[in-house]
Design a protein around this ligand. Structure first.
Ligand SMILES: Cc1ncc(COP(=O)(O)O)c(C=O)c1O
Length: 437
C-alpha cells in the first residue's frame, strides 16, 4: 500500500466540515463559537471553537465510516515504523496506563524502571499490578538517575520469572536514553513485551543524529507525548504497537476503558498535522533545532558558574546509553544556587520559563519552534541570572542520600552491580517514513 504523507485526514475532514457549513444539534454547545462568551472568543480566538467539533457525528459520520481517525493513525504508524498507532487526547498519562493494563493484571508483576512518571504509579494503583522496581543507573557525582541497563532487567527477570513484561522510561526529561535494543532483547528472549515510556521522544524518528526511538529499537509498545517535544497541543499523545506479543484489540480496549467519550478534534488535528509536518520537513526542522541547541550549549558553557550537561557527562559504562541534546540541562552547582531558585528567578525577573528544575539544575528545552531570537533571550536571561546569583545564595542545601537500598536492590541484586560495559553507539535507523526492512 502506498502511503501519502502529504495527506492529513483530520485536517481535511475539518476543512470539509466547514465547507459544508452543517448546522449541528449536538455538542459542543458553543456551536462553532457562536454561543461562546465574547471575552473568551477574543482571548482564545474563534479558530479554537471552529476546530472543536464532535468526532463521530461531526468530523466523521455516526459510524465513523469515513475512517478519518483510523486513516490519520495509519499514517502516523507508518511515519514511526509501527504496525498500529492510537491517538489519545488524555496525554501520555492515559497511554502509559493503557499500555500497562494490556500487559499485566491485578497481582501480576511488571518490571519497572524506578525513575518512572507518576502516571505509571497511578497505573499500578488502578490495575493492582505488582511492581518489581528496577534501579536506574545512578550517577553519584551528578546526583542524577539514568535509565536502568539491560543487565538490571535481566537480573530482575531471573529473580522474578513470573513477571509479565517490562517498562522503561527513555529518554528521561534530561535527555538520557536507555539501551532499548538490549532491553527489548532481554524481554523477547522470554517471549515478553517491552513498554517504553517515550513521552519525551516525539522528535526522535525524524532526524538521523538523534537517538534511536522505541519502535525502531524493537519495543512492543511505546508511548509518546506529541505536545512535549513535538507540535501537538497539550494532552495530544500517541501510543504505538508492533509484534504479536500484545494484541492490538486488547490495547485498544484498555485505552477505551480509560479514555473520554468526547475526544477533542483539536488535539487529533494537532497530532495529524505534526505527523505531516515531520514527514515532509522533519529532518530540516529538527536539524535546525539541533544546530541551535549546539550554539546554546556552547554559549551557556561560557557563562561563569554554569556547566551544560553533555554526552560525556551522561553516557558511558554504568551510565546512560545515548543522549538527546535538545534538552539543554544546565548544572548550577558552581553558581551556588539551586535549580528551583534559578527557575523562579528567571520566571519572575526575566519572564523566561525553563522546563525542569531540580536541586542543582535547570533544563531549557530547544525545539524546532525556536530560533535565534528565542535562544538569544534565553542566553541573555541566563547571563543576568549569573550576575544575580550572589544575592540568591546560599542555596538551601539538599542532602541527596547515597543510592537507596531499594526493593529491587533488596530482592534482586544484593551485593551485585551491573557489569561495566562500554557505551554502545547510538542505534542508527532508516529515515522516518522509509519502508520497513
Ligand atoms: C516520563 C513521562 N511519562 C509520562 C508523562 C505523562 O505525559 P502527559 O503529560 O502527556 O500526560 C510525563 C509527563 O511529564 C513524563 O515525563
Amino acid at each position: 500500500m502506498s502511503v501519502d504523507h502529504t495527506r492529513a485526514p483530520v485536517l481535511e475532514a475539518l476543512v470539509e466540515y466547514h465547507r459544508q457549513g452543517r448546522p449541528a444539534f449536538s455538542p459542543p454547545g458553543h456551536k462553532q463559537a457562536r454561543g461562546a462568551d465574547p471575552d473568551v472568543r477574543s482571548v482564545l480566538g474563534d479558530a479554537v471553537f471552529l476546530g472543536d467539533v464532535l468526532a463521530s457525528g461531526g468530523l466523521d459520520d455516526r459510524l465513523t465510516r469515513g475512517r478519518v481517525l483510523e486513516r490519520a493513525e495509519e499514517l502516523m504508524a507508518d511515519a514511526v515504523h509501527a504496525e498500529h498507532t492510537f491517538f489519545t487526547t488524555c496525554g501520555s498519562s492515559l497511554s502509559v496506563k493503557a499500555a500497562m493494563l494490556s500487559v499485566a493484571g491485578p497481582h501480576e508483576k511488571l518490571l519497572i524502571g524506578r525513575d518512572a512518571h507518576k502516571s505509571v504509579v497511578s497505573g499500578l494503583i488502578l490495575a493492582g499490578i505488582e511492581p518489581v522496581w528496577v534501579e536506574p543507573q545512578w550517577d553519584a557525582e551528578r546526583h542524577l538517575a539514568h535509565p536502568p541497563s539491560a543487565a538490571r532487567f535481566e537480573k530482575a527477570f531471573e529473580v522474578h520469572p513470573d513477571a509479565k513484561g517490562a517498562l522503561v522510561t527513555s529518554p528521561t526529561p534530561y535527555g538520557a536514553c536507555a539501551d532499548l535494543r538490549a532491553i527489548a532483547e532481554v524481554c523477547h528472549r522470554r517471549g515478553l513485551p517491552l513498554i517504553v515510556d517515550e513521552a519525551w521522544g516525539a522528535h526522535l524518528p525524524f532526524h538521523p543524529e538523534l537517538p534511536s526511538w522505541a519502535m525502531d529499537a524493537g519495543a512492543d509498545i511505546c508511548v509518546t507525548s506529541v505536545h512535549k517535544m513535538g507540535s501537538g497541543l497539550e494532552q495530544g499523545s500517541v501510543f504505538h504497537l508492533q509484534g504479536g506479543r500484545v494484541p492490538a484489540e486488547l490495547l485498544k480496549t484498555r485505552a477505551d476503558l480509560l479514555g473520554t467519550t468526547s475526544p477533542s478534534t483539536l488535539l487529533y488535528a494537532g497530532l495529524d498535522g505534526w505527523r505531516r509536518q515531520m514527514c515532509l520537513h522533519g529532518e530540516e526542522l529538527t536539524g535546525t533545532a539541533l544546530e541551535l541547541a549546539a550554539e546554546v550549549r556552547a554559549a551557556v558553557e561560557q557563562i561563569d558558574g554554569m556547566h551544560v550537561d553533555d554526552r560525556a557527562d551522561y553516557c558511558g559504562p554504568d551510565l546512560a546509553d545515548d543522549f538527546d541534546p535538545l534538552p539543554v540541562v544546565i548544572d548550577l552547582e558552581e553558581l551556588g544556587v539551586s535549580g528551583f531558585q534559578a527557575a523562579d528567578w528567571l520566571h519572575e525577573h526575566r519572564s523566561v520559563d525553563v522546563h525542569l528544575s531540580d536541586h542543582r539544575r535547570i533544563g531549557a528545552q530547544i525545539t524546532h519552534g525556536d530560533d535565534r531570537a528565542t535562544t538569544g533571550e534565553l542566553l541573555s536571561a541566563l547571563k543576568d541570572l549569573a550576575h544575580a546569583a550572589p544575592d540568591l545564595r546560599p542555596a538551601p542545601r539538599t542532602e541527596v542520600p547515597p543510592r537507596p537500598n531499594s526493593v529491587w536492590h533488596r530482592h534482586c541484586c544484593r551485593g551485585t552491580r551491573s557489569s561495566a560495559r562500554p557505551s554502545t553507539s547510538p542505534c542508527r535507523r532508516r529515515p522516518a517514513g522509509s519502508p520497513r526492512s
